[in-house]
Design a protein around this ligand. Structure first.
Ligand code: ADP
Ligand code: MN
Ligand code: MN
Ligand code: MN
Ligand code: MN
Length: 341
């Protein structure tokens, strides 16, 4: 007997990489005890902006495997990293650099919870937007209920169920401030785990929505004008931050030092200056600030964290289209270097 393995990878599309996948039929005898030991595979990199036609082979190396909730049975989803044929990381492989930083600072036990916002589209319009017009202004949609406020809940419920069946560490969902806009959260998990699982949750979002003939986008500003953009608030803590307030402040301060604000923001997703305008619950992209309960700051310390004197911080800057391998690497590198001193 055989089973189906959906090999998923991140391509080289500029300025924001896309997910790709294809199916491999494997014999039951090829099912390893450890998922990541599934066979390596390859693809045509000249079709994914990852190679030139005359040397087009790229290698897929499995890094995270989970049950496939779409096909069911023994079938699996296989998230891969992309390697060159000499088995070195491909230039589009951002996971390899995170693996190094995560290993270096593992003793500080960094964990992340990422809030993934996204928007459903039906044709050229966000789901719930009337033909040739605009819906009522923002206000009632966030965490709303009822068919005048909620668009796409059937897709959202199916996606949540699929994430749970796949065993992903999804921790919640909510309707967002614009019709057709939603959020799910993954974590808290270690840097590589949260990132791998967020990529698979994104793939499941697109794949689930496909069956409803709806598309989902991580566009950070899907509708221009007086509508919130879509972000990926990144909640972060280390063991020291979970134990005391001094470490919380050290982390917040480290993110404001020298070139750090720009080093981070320019890697927080394409189009970040369109979203971080200083309006719509954002801080201006070129000014760093942090504060307790402040949804207009770059980094928020939740009120409960100040009250308890320990916990985590929320970096509110990352765009919905951010690469989780990059944002988690930057936060671990900046904050854990400062906390080590
Ligand atoms: P918000 O109030 O900003 O909408 P959410 O509830 O959507 O917050 O998301 C908060 C995220 O923070 C969740 O994914 C949660 O698992 C995560 N989280 C909670 N505690 C920690 C922690 N100590 N370290 C990192 N992430 C955490
Ligand atoms: Mn072919
Ligand atoms: Mn949230
Ligand atoms: Mn949100
Ligand atoms: Mn948030």
């Amino acid at each position: 007997m055989s089973f189906k393995a959906e090999y998923i990878w991140i391509d080289g599309t500029e300025p924001t990489a896309k997910l790709r996948s294809k199916t491999k039929i494997l014999a039951d005898s090829e099912k390893p005890a450890e998922g990541a030991d599934l066979p390596i595979w390859g693809f045509d990199g000249s079709s994914t902006n990852q190679a030139k036609g005359h040397a087009s082979d790229c290698v897929l190396k499995p890094v995270f495997v989970c049950p496939d909730p779409i096909r069911g049975g023994d079938d699996v989803l296989v998230l891969c990293e992309v390697l060159n044929t000499d088995m070195t990381p491909h230039e589009t492989n951002t996971r390899a650099a995170l693996a190094e930083v995560a290993e270096k600072f593992a003793a500080q036990e960094p964990i992340f919870g990422i809030e993934q916002e996204y928007t459903f589209f039906k044709g050229a319009r966000p789901l719930g937007f009337p033909e040739g017009g605009f819906p009522a202004a923002q206000g009632g949609y966030y965490c709303g209920v009822g068919s005048d406020e909620i668009f796409g809940r059937d897709v959202v419920e199916a996606h949540l169920e699929n994430c749970l069946k796949a065993g992903l560490g999804i921790s919640g969902i909510n309707a967002e401030v614009m019709p057709g806009q939603w959020e799910f959260q993954v974590g808290p998990l270690a840097p590589l785990e949260v990132s791998d699982q967020l990529w698979v949750a994104r793939w499941l979002l697109y794949r689930t929505a496909e069956d409803f003939e709806v598309s989902a986008t991580l566009d950070p500003k899907p509708v221009k004008g007086d509508w919130n953009g879509a972000g990926a608030h990144t909640n972060f803590s280390t063991k020291a931050m979970r134990e005391g307030y001094e470490a919380i402040i050290t982390a917040c301060e480290s993110l404001g030092e020298g070139s750090k604000p720009m080093d981070h923001v320019k890697n927080y997703g394409a189009g970040i200056d369109d979203r971080l305008t200083g309006l719509h619950e954002t801080a201006p992209w070129n000014e760093y600030s942090y504060g307790v309960s402040d949804r207009g700051a770059s980094v928020r310390i939740p009120w409960q964290v100040e009250k308890d004197g320990k916990g985590y911080i929320e970096d509110r800057r990352p765009n919905a289209n951010v690469d989780p391998y990059v944002v988690t690497r930057l936060l671990v590198d900046t904050c854990c270097t400062a906390l080590e001193k």
